[in-house]
Design a binder for this molecule. Sequence first.
Ligand SMILES: Nc1ncnc2c1ncn2[C@@H]1O[C@H](COP(=O)(O)OP(=O)(O)O)[C@@H](O)[C@H]1O
Ligand SMILES: [Mg+2]
Length: 279
Amino acid sequence: MTESHDASPGASVSSSTTSLDASSAESSVAPQQVAEPLVVLTDVDKYFGQLHVLQNINLTIGKGEVVVVIGPSGSGKSTLCRAINRLETIQSGSITIDGKEMPEEGKGLAKLRADVGMVFQSFNLFAHKTILENVTLGPVKVRKKSPAEARRRGLELLTRVGIEAQADKYPAQLSGGQQQRVAIARALAMDPKVILFDEPTSALDPEMVNEVLDVMVDLARQGMTMVVVTHEMGFARKAANRVVFMADGQITEEADPETFFTAPKTARAKDFLSKILTH
Ligand SMILES: Nc1ncnc2c1ncn2[C@@H]1O[C@H](COP(=O)(O)OP(=O)(O)O)[C@@H](O)[C@H]1O
Ligand SMILES: [Mg+2]
């Protein structure tokens, strides 16, 4: 945590007004290249009854890293995302965010969960709230921002995702692509440390996919830590540091995007890629 050390001796070199959005920007003083771990899953197991949905998952996501999770339907990708922010409990292993284990319940959970933004396939906006209200609700309730500050920041974020003109409309009045951009703004409004995207473009009409991916690529370039479940290879190639392939509840392969898409190692990944490539 290096926030607001205004006058620390020897820190005079950097004009270190790290903005709220650039939480991953590292101090240029340290020569180390390895990103600090932000999300760490260790030996995670999850069952739905007899079904072993997550099998001994080990995965570390560094600050500022963008990890694409890909794999066949039913392989456990959504469950993985949901476990990371405790929408699902796990039976064994541990998941830490910035060194802290997520509490099971209570205030601590609300606070830590606010550090983990989530963008779902189906937008999940509040239908009876305006676009701006959707974006300001969490910051006021959970982050205890003043309504005026939440509104200022909300409008700024709506501008960033290109929706500012729709601020007073209701979700149903927007296209799917617009609603998903609002969902991204809503996640950002909480100043999360990481955002999980679970197939954010798969419910969209094809012509709206790129407007959402463009916003996500922008976020990635600005250093947001992101876990993205998607089959959009263009996005993976443009923005991901790493691709993680899941099959039957296991991470069976990990590589940089170019290597994964051009030279997958396992038969399972090859087979999967041949199927999505024919579309
Ligand atoms: N709430 C649930 N109860 C029982 N089984 C579930 C539940 N949610 C998911 N599953 C099962 O767990 C497996 C993994 O699901 P999911 O994580 O949604 O996979 P993916 O996102 O990769 O398609 C699937 O077999 C699915 O049917
Ligand atoms: Mg899923």
